[in-house]
Structures are given as structure tokens and as C-alpha cells.
Design a protein around this ligand. Structure first.
Ligand code: FE2
Ligand code: FE2
Length: 150
């Protein structure tokens, strides 16, 4: 286990990510969680006010960074799963696709300048990423270790 202390909505609980056994993926997971922290900080700042034009610009920039990095990470995991014939691949990919579809919904709220995106995104990033990494990604650890992937 290795941890990243969240300083925002989950102030009292450190976010402990499980080691998934592949060092590149562990690093990518930490980066995803750091984006979630960054996004929650921004949402907290915006909690008491209507976002102005420059706030929306920051939201756009961070959200596109999140989407880009999420799709890169999912693609890399899926490539390795396909390459080595991971039996859990279809279900795992279905989870990735569902998450990407949720991001697309949030993207359209952001495009419409709808402030509802705030609650949805911070919950989605935290809960989904945390559960997916610790419950689903971790299942490939022994499989990839057997294939020599570190
Ligand atoms: Fe992952
Ligand atoms: Fe995954």
C-alpha cells in the first residue's frame, strides 16, 4: 500500500491505493488521484460562488487534462491485458468504458456551463477511481506478475 494524503473533502481519511504490481500503472494511479485532489480543491473554491469566465477556463483546462490522462491510462492497461490474454479483460474494459461515458456526460455539463458538474465530478473521480483501482485493477496483479510484467 502507498498513500496520498487528501487535503480536501476526505480530509480525515488518507487515500490508500493498493499496489497493482505494475510500476507504470502505480505511478499513473497516483497521478490520477492527484488530479482528483486538484479537482476537489477547485470545486471547494468554487462552492460559494458562480464560476466566472476565468474559473471556467481553469475547469476546462483541468478537465481536459483529466480526460486525456484517464484515456491514456485505460488504453495502456487494456493493451497489456489484451497482449497477455487476461481473462478479466472484457469486464474490466466495460468498467473503463462506463467511466469514460460518465466523463462525457460531465464534459457536456461543463460545455453548457452547468454548475452541477461540480458535485458529480468530485464524487465520480474519488469514489470510482478509488474503488476501481483497489477492487478491480488489483485483480490483475498476480496475472501480470506471472507474465513477468513489473
Ligand atoms: Fe488503473
Ligand atoms: Fe483499470
Amino acid at each position: 500500500m502507498f498513500g496520498l494524503k487528501a487535503s480536501t473533502t476526505r480530509e480525515s481519511s488518507p487515500c490508500l491505493l493498493k499496489n497493482v504490481g505494475v510500476s507504470d500503472f502505480n505511478k499513473q494511479h497516483l497521478r490520477l488521484v492527484s488530479y482528483a485532489v486538484e479537482f476537489n480543491q477547485m470545486v471547494e473554491e468554487l462552492a460559494a460562488k458562480e464560476p466566472d469566465a476565468s474559473d471556467w477556463k481553469r475547469v476546462d483546462a483541468l478537465f481536459s487534462r483529466v480526460c486525456l490522462f484517464v484515456s491514456t491510462h485505460f488504453r495502456e492497461e487494456e493493451e497489456q491485458m489484451e497482449k497477455f490474454g487476461y481473462p478479466g479483460y472484457p469486464g474490466h474494459k466495460a468498467q473503463h468504458d462506463k467511466f469514460v461515458a460518465s466523463l462525457a456526460k460531465i464534459q457536456s455539463q461543463i460545455n453548457d456551463r452547468n454548475v452541477k458538474f461540480k458535485g458529480k465530478l468530485s464524487t465520480l473521480l474519488w469514489d470510482w477511481l478509488y474503488n476501481h483501482i483497489n477492487e478491480v485493477d488489483v485483480q490483475y496483479r498476480d496475472f501480470f506478475a506471472d507474465k513477468g510484467l513489473k
